[in-house]
Design a protein around this ligand. Structure first.
Ligand code: ADP
Ligand code: MG
Length: 323
């Protein structure tokens, strides 16, 4: 397989949002319940992700930024499925190669933590440091040593928009985790973790949208779809907003997006736009993440079957509410 080639460093970290996504994935993997993201200048100047997860020992932290270092189980199949997140052992090494990074980390049971400073892949400092349990990764001056890539970055606003979208999707996908996103000191997203996923919909998509949401569910022996579709709101929206999660990972699927719209427009006039939040639970072996790591576009071996189920479930719930 050419998987390893495909995920060469440059592929993984393309822009600030790639850093944000990889760091949040690591925080989620570390079982954090509170994740705080602070960015400056669209993430170009600075990205800080702090979590209250398991933390790392000094040895682990010194290994973590090395290529292919991973503490997570690695099966070849994992690279083709999303039973695990991200690309094994690539993220921290790719990030530290192209930025000025400080890692502050402490394991829950340890008294002191570790501070490691790495610039362009070189470790400059390793010190004991007092810090709360968990991990904070501070990434400054992304692509400072690869100006060619820096050139491709868009305006602060555009980079921030990508980051906001990604944090929003991750927060919706993990409603039990608290997420805070600050941009240049101003709060952009704040979602307190809760066992009630609907609370995060109210909070992240707004009370008006949340009020318009109809719950839906569809089960077969092989997969389960749960989520919400909006009925037309009084205030018109000018585009659709589709959130799709497979086994709690935010992903993009053209087939599912198409199926959502197909179901919606069998009942609703074309000039309205839906909001949909859909979770699919399925055997990871049926999911193909063969595309770009950042976009996380997926395909399914039962694409038609799943798409039809989505269309049907949406049609059904809309017709049940006399729409
Ligand atoms: P991967 O996530 O695929 O293992 P990464 O390069 O993203 O690879 O991270 C390397 C390793 O660093 C992880 O396997 C984990 O052991 C450790 N690590 C990274 N971020 C954190 C974090 N926020 N909390 C605890 N451990 C972390
Ligand atoms: Mg990772």
């Amino acid at each position: 397989k050419d998987t390893i080639n495909k995920i060469a460093a440059g592929e993984v970290i393309e822009r600030p949002v790639s850093v944000v996504k990889e760091l949040i994935d690591n925080s989620i993997d570390a079982r954090a319940t509170d994740i705080r993201i602070e960015i400056e200048k669209g993430g170009k100047r600075s990205i800080l992700v702090r979590d209250n997860g398991c933390g790392m020992s000094r040895e682990d932290a010194l290994l973590a930024y090395k290529k292919h270092a991973t503490s997570k189980l690695m099966y070849i199949e994992d690279l083709n499925t999303i039973s695990t997140m991200g690309f094994r052992g690539e993220a921290l090494s790719s990030i530290t190669a192209v930025a000025k990074v400080e890692i502050l980390t402490r394991q829950q049971e340890e008294i002191t933590g570790t501070r490691i400073v790495i610039h362009g892949g070189k470790v400059l400092e390793t010190l004991d440091a007092g810090t709360a349990p968990g991990t904070a990764v501070h990434v400054k001056d992304l692509f400072y040593n690869t100006p060619a890539r820096q050139k491709y970055l868009k305006s602060d606003r555009t980079e921030l928009a990508h980051i906001t979208d990604t944090v929003m999707r991750l927060a919706l996908a993990n409603p039990e985790i608290s997420f805070t996103l600050l941009s240049d000191g101003k709060p952009v997203i704040r979602n307190a973790g809760s066992n009630d996923p609907f609370k995060s919909i109210v909070n992240l998509l707004g009370p008006d949208t949340a009020r318009s949401m109809l719950p839906l569910e569809y089960r077969t022996e092989d997969f389960e779809i749960r989520g919400y579709i909006s009925k037309p709101e009084t205030t018109r929206r000018d585009s659709d907003q589709l959130f799709f999660f497979v086994n709690t990972r935010p992903v993009i699927s053209r087939a599912i997006n198409k199926a959502v719209l197909e179901g919606y427009y069998t009942r609703i006039p074309k000039e309205r736009y839906p909001v949909a939040v859909l979770s699919l639970d399925i055997d990871p072996g049926e999911v193909d993440v063969n595309v770009h790591p950042r976009k996380a576009e997926v395909r399914f071996s039962r694409e038609k079957e799943i798409g039809d189920a989505v269309t049907l479930a949406i049609e059904k719930v809309l017709s049940e509410s006399n729409l």
